[in-house]
Design a protein. Structure first.
Length: 110
């Protein structure tokens, strides 16, 4: 007859069950941050394009369309600072964060 030791049997499974939700949460948070960073880069590029369009005298609909291409809910506002035409765009990221970017171009530029 063999005697069974009471010891560490099953402790690895219990530790994994406790750690797994934390690992999943960290991975999801990391993916969310990477997605927000990528959306911010797209927003910055779109705002730069929109500023160049506005500086050339394009219609406001075309300027807004350049920023709206970033994603649903993207907004843009145009203002001037001396000889510069500036566009500020914003969009909600996947996280509860609003991303904002501003770019300026010389009025009448090509």
């Amino acid at each position: 007859m063999t005697r069974r030791r009471l010891g560490d049997d099953g402790s690895v499974v219990a530790e994994f069950a406790v750690a797994f939700p934390a690992i999943v949460l960290v991975l999801l948070l990391g993916l969310g941050v990477l997605g927000a960073g990528a959306r911010h880069v797209r927003l910055q590029d779109a705002v730069a394009d929109a500023a160049r369009l506005a500086a050339r005298g394009e219609s406001s609909e075309r300027v807004l369309a350049a920023v709206a291409a970033v994603g649903p809910g993207a907004t843009a506002a145009t203002h001037t600072e001396g000889e510069l035409v500036c566009v500020t765009g914003s969009v909600r990221a996947g996280l509860p964060i609003t991303l904002t970017a501003t770019s300026c171009a010389l009025a009448g530029g090509l």
